[in-house]
Design a protein around this ligand. Structure first.
Ligand code: NAD
Ligand code: 89V
Length: 339
């Protein structure tokens, strides 16, 4: 299976390392409109076909899928371009600038019959995945309450300066992952209520968001995100969990420590993710999840099924992002289905 990648920036390096670990997959062409980045990345990964223009790369073809790793403003034109060339597509989160764009993108690829996945990797972090499987297997019965929490004071702006510049920040960039984890754990959402704050005066968007979700299956969850929290134990980039079910409770605490308490007793499991050869702490859990997500995409193509974070599914996560901003802006509860 051959792929091409557009956008050789900060995060694409992880994607390229991960592709090089997946058997039977080769990235044969690269594109970035920044020539220096293109050359550095091409040299680092030994990829000879290099383009500064995605249209030219796609016109020349020779690959089955395109992996779009640019920032959100270019996602729609690049996905539509890929659809014009009948390619399978992966597009980084956030899906699009607006829900309207995201729906148009999903329709464009759907019309070709090709596979379209959003690079939504947090639900593939091995510790979170372990908990998702435990919850789905019914170990703690039916969940009725969950807290999905990401609080940190880590400087994300030095690696990703654009995060300080956008009108929207934490829900669009990080909350999107945490809302998706809440969906993976507790199912789709009927209603969401959100508040936001900006604490860091040096950035434009909100850096704190607190959201209450009413899930269709009956569970309530609190999804709380902050990049303004100075913790004694800095937990970046861990997502912490507290789940109450009809048959027990479960917590995923700092340091990837899982505790499950049921009538049979309490178990404790250490879920520290492996440090892949190309990974570094503290990003290693995210880096591992990139590999696991990309493996799911390739397995889905080979098995003729939809990837778990197919565009059709991720539209529901993206609708929650839009609903959260609307809720915070207007001070009311929003049903994402009505957007
Ligand atoms: P970046 O700015 O470092 O890199 C983006 C690259 O894309 C740049 O080199 C830029 O020149 C190039 N580019 C932009 N438009 C282009 C176009 N039309 N044609 C060719 N090249 C183009 O950004 P980043 O930090 O790597 O983030 C990229 C995406 O990855 C964002 O959507 C971000 O939200 C996402 N991201 C995801 C995760 C995750 O865990 N899933 C983590 C970090 C970033
Ligand atoms: O995973 C991400 O999307 C990153 C970060 C962890 C910094 O939010 O942008």
């Amino acid at each position: 299976m051959k792929g091409a990648l557009v956008g050789c920036g900060f995060f694409a390096q992880n994607q390229l390392h991960a592709w090089s670990e997946i058997e039977g997959v080769e990235i044969v062409a690269l594109c970035d409109r920044d020539e220096d980045r293109l050359t550095q990345t091409g040299e680092a990964f030994g990829i000879a076909r290099r383009y500064t223009d995605a249209a030219q790369m796609l016109a020349e073809g020779g690959f089955d899928f395109v992996d779009i790793a640019t920032t959100v403003g270019t996602h729609r034109p690049l996905v539509e371009l890929a659809a014009q060339h009948d390619l399978h597509v992966i597009c980084q989160k956030p899906f699009a600038p607006t829900l309207r764009d995201a729906r148009a993108m999903a329709q464009a690829v759907e019309a070709t019959g090709k596979t379209f996945a959003i690079h939504e990797n947090f639900r593939w972090q091995s510790a979170l995945r372990h908990v998702i499987e435990e919850v789905r297997s019914g170990v703690i019965g039916t969940p009725f309450f969950g807290r999905v929490s990401f609080r940190s004071g880590y400087d994300v702006f030095s690696g990703q300066p654009y995060l300080a510049e956008g009108e929207r920040f934490i829900i669009e960039d990080l909350g999107i992952h945490i809302l998706d984890v809440a969906r993976a754990l507790f199912g789709d959402v009927d209603r969401i209520t959100a508040t936001t704050r900006r604490i860091n005066p040096a950035i434009r968007g909100e850096d704190v968001a607190t959201m209450l979700l009413a899930h269709s299956g009956g569970a309530s969850s609190v999804v709380d995100c902050s990049y303004a929290t100075q913790r004694v134990l800095e937990t970046f980039p861990e997502t912490l969990l507290e789940i109450d079910g009809t048959g027990g409770t479960l917590t995923l605490d700092a340091g990837y420590r899982l505790r499950v308490h049921t009538a049979e007793g309490t178990t404790q499991t250490e879920l520290d993710p492996p440090l892949l050869s190309w990974a570094e702490r503290p990003w290693h859990n995210i880096q591992e999840s990139v590999l696991i997500f990309q493996r799911d995409f390739i397995a889905a193509l080979r098995e003729g099924r939809a990837p778990e974070t197919a565009a059709a599914d991720n539209l529901k996560t993206f609708a929650l992002v839009e609903a959260a901003y609307l809720s915070a802006r207007e001070g009311r509860t929003i049903a994402p289905d009505t957007l």
